[in-house]
Every structure is written in C-alpha cells, then in structure tokens.
Design a protein around this ligand. Structure first.
Ligand code: 5AD
Ligand code: SF4
Length: 481
C-alpha cells in the first residue's frame, strides 16, 4: 500500500540540532489571548506528562491538532510551549506537496537526538501515506496515526503510555468522524469547526483521498451543538471546515444539505460571522450564493479552487468541470447584491500543460478578478494517477510559469484593493503589532486590514475602519469612532 519515502531517511539525521526547536511564531497578542483562554477552560495535568504538537499544512490539520490536544488534556496531559519541555511530541503532518513532506522528515531528524527521553508520534497525512514504514526508517517514533483513525486515539495513547513502541492507527475504511469532548482551540478569535472529513473526489494530482479516506459528514445536531457551545464560550466567528465542505450531507434523519446547515449555523445566537472552506466547484450551487446574499452573518467570501484555466488540463486533472462551467458559477456570485470576495488555488506545470494551457490560467485570473490565490508548482505525489503521467514540465519552467502567474495576480490585487480606499468596513480585530502601533483584523470578505486607533483592548472587537491605503496583500486605515 504505502510507497517509499519521498526522500531518503539519511536526510533525517542531517537536520539542525534540537537547540533550534521552539514554538511556532504567533503575535504576542494572539499568544496572550490563547494562553488566557486555554488556562480558563483546561485541566492541569494530574499525571505530570506534558505534550507539544507541531502542525504542518492546512486548516483541517490545524483543527485536528486542536482536537488531538483535547484528547490528551482529557487523559491528564499538560500542554507546554516548546518541544524541549515536552515528554510527548506529536507531529501532525502534511504530504500535499513533496516540500511539505520533506519538512516533516527534517523535523524527525532533529528530534532523533532528543529521544529516548521523549515519546514521538507522527500523525496526519504523511503518517497515513508512509504507514509502518516510518518505524523502520525512524525507529525513535512510537506512534503513527492517520486522521481517519483519530477516534481510536485514546486506546492508542493507552498503548503508548504502557510503553508500546510501534503503535499504529492506519485504517482508512471508515464511516466515522472524529468527535471529542474537549477541543483546545488555539485561535481565540476564529473557531474552526469540521463538518465533513475525507474526500470522495479523485483529482489526479492529490493525495488527500489516500491520506484522509472517504468523505463522511458529521450529524447536523453535533455541528449545531458545537456552534452553540462556541457562542457560549464567547466566539463570534466560526469557520466550517472540510476538504470539500460544500459536499456536506447530513447523515442524520434531518438530512440537511450544505446550504440548510449554513443557514442554521448562521442563526445560532451570538454568532456574527460564518465562513467555510474549501468548496469544490462541482458542488457549488446557486442556492449557496442566495443564502449568503440574504444572510449577513454568512461572510461574503468564497474560496473556490479552480486549479487550472484550461479545460483539457482540468479534464486531465479529473476536476469534473470545464473552464466555462466554472466561469458560470463565478457569474452567479458576481450577480449577488453584495460584492463577494473570490479566492482560489491554482497549480502550474501539471504534466502536459502547454504554454497555451498555462496562458488560459493567466487569463482566467483577469476574467474572475480574484482577491487572492494560492498558487503552486505541480508536485508528483505517491499513489496518485498524475504521478505516472507523461509530459512532466521541468522545474525551471514550472518556476517561470509560477512567477508570471503570481505577478499578474499581484497587479489584480493592487487594483482591487485600491478600489476600497475611501470606504469604511467592519473589521473583526484579531491582532496587535506593537512596533507599528497598529491593530490588524479581517473584513467579512476576509481581507486583511491594518489600522490605528486611540482605543485599547480591541482584540475580538468589531470596529469600523476607514481605508486610506492599499497594497497587494492588505489595506490600511484608521478606526472610525
Ligand atoms: N502539487 C501541487 N499542488 C497541489 N495541491 C494539491 N495537490 C498538489 C500537488 N500534487 C494544491 C491544490 C489544492 C491545494 C490545497 O494544494 O491547489 O487545492
Ligand atoms: Fe484533493 Fe480534489 Fe479531494 Fe480537493 S477535491 S481534496 S484537490 S482530491
């Protein structure tokens, strides 16, 4: 089942020494706020064991780590701020592109010298992709567990605590979702809430169906109960998560579809903003636009990954839609009364992508007018159909195409952001930059805004900001009092 590592295990020993290990960077305000929230609601370890989770990759992974932390806290573990302080170190990994996988391997190399004092676990997509092979190649790892097996974590952790050395959870064939009693949320402003796990699409380049397993939706009542708990805990913004979030189908007798669920989450008392990501164009229907248009709580931002602007490449990628069909969906969004922000993911240099195909991706940027994109060089992944396709594009050519695409998108963003100058927008404040004497936050369209204000303690507040300046990635202004 599992394929060989992307890079040799020799590279594991080549990384920097443990002195470089530390907590990922957050703004001081974020760190302070998350500490205070964490200590308000979380138990102190009665068993004296401490843990640290380092997370790689997407928001789904970030939120999975919050739930895994909840499982550990329930078992009496205590969260610590650095790897050096931790008895148990978990890496929640990503394998979407080779670079992401390599980063994990270098971390495993670094931690090698800190064992046997520490117990090391590998979770997430790389764990699922490489499976027990990880024990062979990195014998200092005691636990390997893919996300589809997280519901078994309590029993796997019990084995690890009894001294188990090669404990694994690698079942993919499941119809269950990961439910936790406690979730230790790291972000005090925006709460992530998973509504659907796995993926039933089979995009030719993508490891996700192989690493996260088949699509399974959570019962609507469980989702709504969690949304109500979040509102009671003081959250006002929720982001619904799923690899294909809009494929949601309530498995309970209520049988809600995605739009119905969106409307019900938006109606939860105390919730002022609801976002969702990532949408698949195939399951993107007009009624989603209608729901957003007539429900101000539903944020006017849609992340709708296109991947390529060329229909032949979309077909080779098995994306299930053409350029024209995608653009038709964009036209529904543009016809809404509210101006929506639209963002996307694009891959350049997929096998067989001609110059003409690539240019269609560039012209699509203008046709849609994206507010931002994530763009990537195609990276061949184990177990995917594209990995053996002919017509590989050399890395230098991929890099050239990526630079052209990003440059064009930058111009589009500058022009779009400049149109906001002079306008006033509601911003949910999520950070403070002391050195610049600025606050930061997001509009409902998810646009980053930096602003000045004579007020104190704005974190988590909704404020009105008049925009005075624009750049490619953010806008800036001052609070309107
Ligand atoms: N190579 C490059 N980019 C990829 N993505 C997924 N798989 C690959 C791959 N093999 C990108 C897609 C997806 C985003 C999360 O990562 O654009 O939407
Ligand atoms: Fe990967 Fe495609 Fe599924 Fe998205 S829809 S997770 S790109 S297989």
């Amino acid at each position: 089942m599992s394929k060989a590592f992307d890079i040799g295990i020799e590279a594991l020993a080549a990384g920097p020494q443990p002195a470089t290990l530390g907590a990922p960077e957050t703004t001081p305000a974020e760190a302070a706020a998350s500490e205070s929230r964490a200590s308000e609601s979380l138990p102190i370890a009665p068993n004296g064991k401490s843990f640290y989770i380092e997370t790689f990759g997407c928001q789904m992974n970030a939120h999975d780590s919050e739930k895994v932390a909840g499982v550990l806290l329930e078992r009496g573990y205590r969260a610590v701020d650095t790897i050096l302080q931790a008895d148990l170190v978990l890496y929640n990994t990503c394998s979407i592109r080779e670079k992401a996988a390599q980063k994990v391997f270098s971390r495993l190399g670094e931690i090698r010298f800190a064992t046997p004092r520490k117990v090391i676990g590998v979770l997430g997509c790389l764990a699922q992709q490489e499976g027990e092979e990880i024990f062979e190649r990195a014998p200092w790892v005691s636990l390997v567990c893919g996300s589809a097996s997280y519901r078994k974590l309590p029993e796997l952790m019990a084995q690890v605590e009894e001294g188990g050395r090669r404990v694994s959870g690698l079942d993919l064939d499941t119809d269950e979702t990961f439910e936790t009693e406690i979730t230790r949320r790291d972000n005090p402003i925006r709460a992530y809430l998973t509504i659907i796990e796995g993926c039933d699409y089979a995009c030719a380049y993508c490891v996700v169906p192989h690493t996260r397993g088949p699509e399974r939706s959570r019962a609507s009542e469980a989702v709504l109960a969690e949304a109500r708990r979040l509102a009671e805990a003081g959250y006002t913004e929720i982001q619904l998560l799923g690899q294909t979030v809009n494929s949601y189908r309530d498995p309970s007798p209520r049988g809600l579809n995605f739009t119905q669920l969106l409307r019900e989450v938006a109606a939860v008392d105390g919730i002022r903003r609801v976002r969702f990501t990532t949408s698949h164009p195939n399951d993107f229907h007009r009624e989603i636009v209608q729901a957003i248009d007539d429900t101000p709580v539903l944020c006017d931002h849609i992340h709708l990954p296109v991947q390529s602007g060329s229909t032949p490449i979309l077909r080779a990628m098995r994306r299930t839609y053409t350029r024209e069909e995608y653009l038709e969906k964009i036209s529904w969004i543009r016809a809404a009364r509210r101006p929506f922000s639209i963002t996307s993911d694009i891959i350049v240099g997929f096998p067989g992508e001609t110059e003409k195909d690539f240019e269609e991706s560039v012209t699509l940027l203008d046709e849609v007018g994206y507010d931002s994109i994530f763009s990537f060089k195609y990276s061949p992944r184990p177990n995917t159909t594209a990995a053996t396709m002919p017509g590989a594009i050399p890395e230098a050519e991929q890099a050239r195409r990526l630079a052209i695409l990003q440059d064009r998108q930058r111009q589009i963003q500058i022009a779009r952001n400049e149109k906001l100058v002079g306008g006033t927008f509601e911003v949910l404040v999520d950070g403070r930059h002391e050195s610049r004497n600025q606050w930061s936050g997001r509009t409902t369209s998810n646009r980053p805004v930096n602003f000045t204000s004579p007020r104190q303690n704005l974190l988590g507040e909704y404020v009105q900001v008049r925009i005075a300046r624009a750049s490619a990635n953010s806008v800036a202004g001052e609070q309107v009092l």
